[in-house]
Design a binder for this molecule. Structure first.
Ligand SMILES: [Zn+2]
Length: 240
């Protein structure tokens, strides 16, 4: 059986595929994909342990599934934010202390100016850190598929990376591993990115930092299901 990368169409080597999990990482474009179903169907005798075709819903993903739309969302919150919050408070308290001290010393010409200018880089860090921590506590990412559109929103605190794509333009949804992860062959631990491949061959980054590979693969499956995209790799489909 020949396996081809569903993102770039390259033929996968045997060493690119883990026959325990059915997960493959393409050497050429770092796409991560699962052939669990294909392996299951075609080589059930050779790999009897391979039964896990579908990825289950990760606990932290909320779902609203109605005939009109599929909406998947996940909070950004994680316990590590408390450490960042503590760090952020300490950092900004120091700066407030610095400026209080500076203003009490009076505008002493050059020294006053240096007192004021010296920590402006630190102020920028303090402000963006505070912004990130607040967003971390409040924000969620919502992925929504309707009959006509795939949208990705981060909020309520404004954040970059919102997307709207016409459903009819999308030809594939796939996960991509980082190059470092490909070298270490550690698909399970990497921070993968979810991409959409459009019919005009453009590749649009949809989500990164959305948890483990399993979370993104779950999203990939549900989105493809809803968009009516066949996830099976079809040998020769993307040969270039
Ligand atoms: Zn590829």
């Amino acid at each position: 059986m020949v396996f081809t990368c569903k993102a770039c169409g390259a033929a996968l080597k045997e060493s690119d595929i883990s026959f325990d999990t059915g997960i493959a990482i393409c050497e050429h474009c770092q796409a991560v994909m699962s052939f669990a179903e294909d392996l299951n169907v075609s080589s059930a005798q050779d790999f009897p342990s391979l039964v896990k075709a579908k990825v289950g819903r990760p606990e932290d993903v909320d779902i609203e599934d109605t005939p009109l739309r599929l909406r998947l969302s996940r909070r950004w919150y994680h316990p590590g934010l408390f450490f960042l919050l503590f760090f952020c408070i300490a950092w900004n308290a120091f700066l407030i202390g610095w400026y209080t001290m500076g203003s009490q010393m009076g505008e002493d010409g050059v020294i006053g100016l240096i007192m004021f200018i010296f920590p402006t880089g630190h102020v920028a860090v303090g402000v963006s850190l505070a912004y990130g921590v607040i967003a971390g506590f409040l924000n969620r990412t919502t992925v929504e598929v309707s009959a006509s559109e795939l949208s990705i929103r981060h909020g309520p605190i404004p954040w970059k990376g919102n997307q709207r794509l016409a459903a009819s333009d999308i030809s594939q949804i796939y996960c991509k591993a980082s190059k470092a992860a490909v070298r270490r062959e550690a698909a399970a631990v990497l921070q993968p990115t979810l991409y959409a491949k459009l019919k005009d061959d453009r590749r649009i980054k949809l989500l990164s930092k959305m948890g483990e590979l399993e979370t993104l693969r779950y999203l990939e499956q549900r989105l493809e299901e809803r968009l009516g995209i066949n996830d099976r790799s079809v040998p020769g489909e993307y040969t270039s």
